[in-house]
Design a protein around this ligand. Structure first.
Ligand code: GRF
Length: 207
């Protein structure tokens, strides 16, 4: 069987510009990359990331969360069904701005990863660059982790660090971190898709 035939089919959930999704799509062009980006789903209509995905020839869909109101699980069932129909093996969150229910997280446990712009467990939640500046840390960065029900608390697969420099503001710092995100996420997805990093009993097992 060729490497290409063994590739994992990856779904990417986005809510915006999709620059991390682009970094994954670019990596997946490599003949030896163990995953293909098979589907990009946005919960927000007409975001830039959808156009960018189509530019790679990737199938896209929008499942607007708003008609589902407070019923998060109903929204997730629609997403889950689309992933099933498209035979998605692994799910990647890339700037997806919805909190997922324990039901969905359990369904995708060990098969769903997220990128978070901080050195977890530091600075969970939003405005991570502001949090880092306010805390006065010398180093900041990003983490790719398996998703567990508790927000930003999943076992870390890979991290990348950047220095916090004199004169930094949120924009400067986030741009420096984003450069690292775009290298880290393809590397981490390759680890998971190849089976070199697995979630076993709540911890990352390698090799
Ligand atoms: C990234 O900083 C990512 O770490 C965070 O949301 C941002 C998404 O950016 N979860 P993009 O949509 O991938 O450009």
């Amino acid at each position: 069987m060729s490497t290409a035939a063994a590739r994992k089919r990856v779904g990417v959930l986005i809510s915006g510009r999709g620059s991390n999704m682009v970094s994954l799509a670019e990596a997946a062009r490599g003949p030896d990359y163990p995953a293909e980006i098979a589907l990009v789903i946005s919960n927000i209509p007409d975001v830039a990331g959808l156009d960018r995905a189509r530019g790679f020839g990737i199938a896209t869909a929008t499942i607007d969360h708003r008609p589902f109101g407070k019923d998060r699980e109903a929204f997730e069932r629609a997403v889950d069904e689309l992933l099933r129909v498209n035979q998605i093996d692994l799910l990647v969150l890339a700037g997806f701005m919805r909190i997922l229910t324990p039901w969905f997280v359990k369904r995708w446990e060990g098969r769903m990863i997220n990128i978070h712009p901080s050195l977890l467990p530091l600075f969970k939640g939003t405005h991570t660059h502001r949090q880092a500046l306010e805390a006065g840390v010398a180093e900041h960065g990003c983490s790719v982790h398996f998703v567990v029900p508790e927000l930003d608390a999943g076992p870390v697969i890979l991290q990348a660090k950047v220095p916090v420099l004199p004169g930094d503001d949120e924009d400067l710092l986030s741009a420096r971190v984003l450069v690292e995100e775009h290298k880290l996420y393809p590397a981490a997805l390759a680890e998971v898709a190849s089976g070199r990093a697995r979630l076993v009993d709540g911890v990352v097992v390698r090799g």
